[in-house]
Ligand binder design. Structure first.
Ligand code: URA
Length: 283
């Protein structure tokens, strides 16, 4: 027969399991589909673009003006996901980083904003030569409104420090500006609706070197299908139609992956040395 202590232990085990699955926020006592509530039109449209939403219209592929040296152009990305056009119109009007930040904070077209506590825009120096781009804010970032302040961020800071970089001489952001609930991966629609802002962000910062952290960031920026294991450690390039010249790109393993698989820190050390040598050469 189950004792009270057994029941309590079961409840504790269930809570621990939920925490391990990333269910770390109590939003309400009963489940609620927030997306059934009135959403701003662009957000509702971006949700339609999600892979499992039942919206089966095939995405219309449009060239993104992105080149990648060892990979085959032209690179294509779905551009007909609803909400993307309004994001693109807004982003194209932003003439400064401050203006872009204001536009992102005011933008209601990404459904992730509905469940996030804060908009996580960027950190570091916008005058830096090197710009890191991660995947999505986690719980710590959502609480503080700054990218890479949790455990991954601490590892990234250590990696950067090993080659003389810190947040006064690098810049950092993510491919989405709001935390996906429970740290799930951002959907295709959520990424697509943030992408015009991310592209404008890169244009306005104009770094010499762009470092996507992890597969989702690298694939999104480069518009390729290859996994991070194949992409990392290779110089690629990125260019939008508003850029006079391409920017060099060196994809890295995501620090969260390195925390889970420390054996791969060795390859990341090689990648850091590539950056260090490149910065030292001044080219
Ligand atoms: N992981 C990311 O990709 N971005 C953050 O800001 C934090 C963790």
């Amino acid at each position: 027969m189950k004792t009270l202590e057994d029941e309590l232990q079961n409840a504790r085990d269930a809570l621990v399991w939920q925490l391990e699955e990333g269910i770390d926020e109590c939003i309400g006592e009963t489940p609620m589909d927030r997306f059934q509530q009135a959403l701003p039109p662009a957000a509702a449209e971006a949700r339609l673009g999600e892979p499992n939403s039942g919206d089966t219209a095939p995405p219309q592929a449009v060239s993104r003006h992105v080149t990648s040296r060892p990979l085959e152009p032209p690179v294509q990305i779905a551009r007909n996901i609803p909400g993307v056009q309004s994001a693109a119109d807004l982003a194209s009007q932003c003439a400064s980083i401050a203006h872009l930040e204001e536009a992102v904070r005011a933008f209601d077209g990404c459904p992730l904003k509905q469940t996030a506590t804060n908009t996580v825009f960027a950190d570091g120096s916008p005058d830096a030569k090197i710009m890191f781009i991660g995947e999505a804010p986690g719980a710590d970032e959502d609480r503080q409104g700054r990218p890479f302040v949790g455990m991954s961020g601490q590892l990234l800071n250590k990696m950067a420090a090993s080659i003389g970089l810190n947040r006064t001489n690098f810049y950092i952001t993510n491919i989405v500006f709001w935390r996906p609930p429970g740290n799930r991966n951002p959907s295709t629609g959520e990424i697509a609706v943030c992408l015009p802002f991310v592209e404008r962000h890169i244009e306005l910062v104009g770094p010499d070197i762009l470092v996507p952290l992890g597969g989702p960031a690298a694939k999104t920026l480069l518009g390729v299908q290859q996994g991070i294991t194949r992409l990392r450690g290779k110089w690629l390039s990125y260019q939008t139609s508003n850029m006079a010249a391409p920017i060099d790109v060196l994809p890295f393993f995501h620090p969260a992956y390195l925390l889970r698989s420390p054996a791969h820190k060795r390859e990341s050390w090689q990648d850091l040395l590539i950056i260090k040598n490149r910065l030292a050469s001044g080219s």
